[in-house]
Design a protein around this ligand. Structure first.
Ligand SMILES: [Cu+2]
Length: 478
């Protein structure tokens, strides 16, 4: 796969400036001062294959997010990055309208080499103005994307051209510099490979973007004003729909994690320790490396995490904030959103727990809020999502009325989605694996060579099979 991608990049760099720019109506007159070059007039370019000769030891893989293609124009890598509305599937059955770039939310990954000259042609396909900010990059002020300070707004339909040379290396990102647009998803990775490869070299290099969303039930448009979030994603997917990262046992792995949202995320890995080899400011000196298993990735930060994958296993990598390890998590849903005779949710306020009359545990309100106690519990229904796939996952024989006498019940729910999220990368995971994957969560699969090769074959051939059989059960009696 990596080889294929590498040769794709070589090919595209050899094409020179292909037709990409030919038809573009670049740049509004008022932007002239900011525009370096109008590429379409240039012909007869020599192929520039710097990227092939000084290329990175390995390319970055961003699960579930495409790479942004480019063409060469006289030694300049030319990208098109168009802000637009994107329909995103967070999880099978859960769709959302985010704002992203050029067909993807989060935006496609930009991957270049230190020293590259880059040009971004940005045509605003949104109904409101925007600008592009290159987070952490030392670019001239007029390329910085700060509206009114460094450039005029890019109005709907207008095109603005950014061009500069990248002289840093590391994990950076681009985003809209309109704050509420950031909360609609307008961010993408901007990876810059170093001229001199870092040591130790990594065999697998992954990029992950952390985001959060407030989605009311049956409303596919995120509430960008919210301060509380019920959908947490990595590269636009919520667990278990996040595509696992595939590693061969013994390889060195780098996880580049970027956060742009309202919360900081403590990203934790199971069964391994890593060192933080880089931040949003680039490579960190080795003298600063020390072992962690959890890295706090604050808002607007990047962390490069590296480890030698010596232990075989399917290792969870997730935000450890408990509410970020859930899907559809907030008071308005979960226990309260269940259909049943007790459900008395009337409107958004009640749904979010704002009770106007009585109290939340009253006979009138409690069943609908999933908090019935005593007699009112009988009006409620089993709140578990676990209806259907395997009645054995919840093995107790308690009566619902008895359970409801326990303060705090219910809390956790599990749901199996093995079939719905099956893809080549999930080959060999045990039946029911999806039940514990939720929210800002993915897997680093460290596979012995033979299974690794089998997964790679399935990726090449596009074979997606869910695990067979039923989840392992602890011994019990009916
Ligand atoms: Cu989190």
């Amino acid at each position: 796969m990596d080889n294929g991608r590498r040769s794709f990049i070589r090919r595209s760099s050899l094409f020179g400036a292909a037709g990409l720019l030919a038809g573009s109506k670049v740049v509004n007159a008022q932007h002239e001062g900011h525009v370096i070059s109008q590429a379409p007039t240039q012909t007869n370019k020599k192929p520039d294959n710097r990227s092939a000769t000084s290329g990175p030891p390995g390319l970055v893989h961003t699960p579930d997010v495409p790479k942004l293609p480019w063409t060469m124009d006289n030694g300049v890598k030319v990208f098109r990055l168009d802000p637009e509305v994107i329909k995103v599937q967070l999880l099978p059955g859960k769709e959302m309208y985010g704002w992203g770039y050029s067909g993807s939310m989060p935006g496609p990954t930009v991957e270049v080499n230190e020293g590259d000259r880059v040009r971004f042609i940005v045509t605003n396909k949104l109904p409101e103005a925007t600008t592009m900010h290159w987070h952490g990059l030392e670019v001239p002020l007029n390329m910085d994307g700060a509206p009114f300070i460094s450039q005029p707004l890019i109005e709907p339909g207008q095109t603005f051209v950014y061009e500069y040379t990248v002289h840093q290396n590391g994990t950076f990102f681009y985003h809209s510099h309109m704050a509420m647009q950031e909360m609609m998803g307008m961010i993408g990775l901007f990876i810059i490979h170093p001229k001199q490869p870092h040591s130790p070299r990594v065999d697998k290099d992954f990029g992950l973007i952390l985001q959060e969303w407030a989605l009311l039930p049956n409303n596919p448009i995120p509430n960008s004003l919210a301060m509380e979030f019920n959908w947490l994603t990595i590269n636009g997917k919520a667990g278990p729909a996040t595509t696992p990262m595939i590693v061969k046992q013994g390889e060195r792995v780098r996880l580049r994690v970027v956060n742009l949202g309202m919360d900081h995320h403590p990203m934790h890995i199971h069964g391994n320790q890593f060192v933080v080899t880089g931040t949003e400011g680039g490579r960190a000196p080795e003298s600063t490396w020390f072992p962690h298993n959890t890295a706090l990735v604050g808002v607007a930060q990047a962390r490069d995490l590296e480890f030698d994958a010596v232990f075989p296993g399917d290792w969870m990598f997730h935000c450890h904030l408990p509410h970020h390890m859930m899907n559809q998590m907030v008071s308005m849903v979960g226990p309260m959103g269940m259909a049943g005779m007790g459900s008395q949710i009337k409107g958004m306020e009640e749904g979010m727990g704002v009770v106007r009359q009585g109290h939340a545990l009253s006979e009138d309100m409690a069943p609908g809020l999933g908090r019935g106690i005593g007699d009112t519990a009988e009006k409620d229904r089993n709140s578990s999502n676990l209806v259907g796939p395997s009645p054995h996952l919840q093995q107790n024989s308690l009566k619902e009325t008895d359970k409801k006498r326990v303060p705090g019940y219910p809390q956790d729910m599990v749901m199996i989605m093995d079939k719905e999220v099956a893809k080549p990368e999930t080959y060999g995971l045990p039946p029911g694996w999806t039940a514990s994957m939720m929210g800002m969560m993915t897997l680093v699969r460290v596979l012995p060579a033979d299974i690794y090769e089998e997964v790679q074959r399935r990726i090449r051939e596009g074979i997606a099979e869910p695990p067979k059989g039923t989840p392992v059960q602890s011994p019990h009696k009916h």
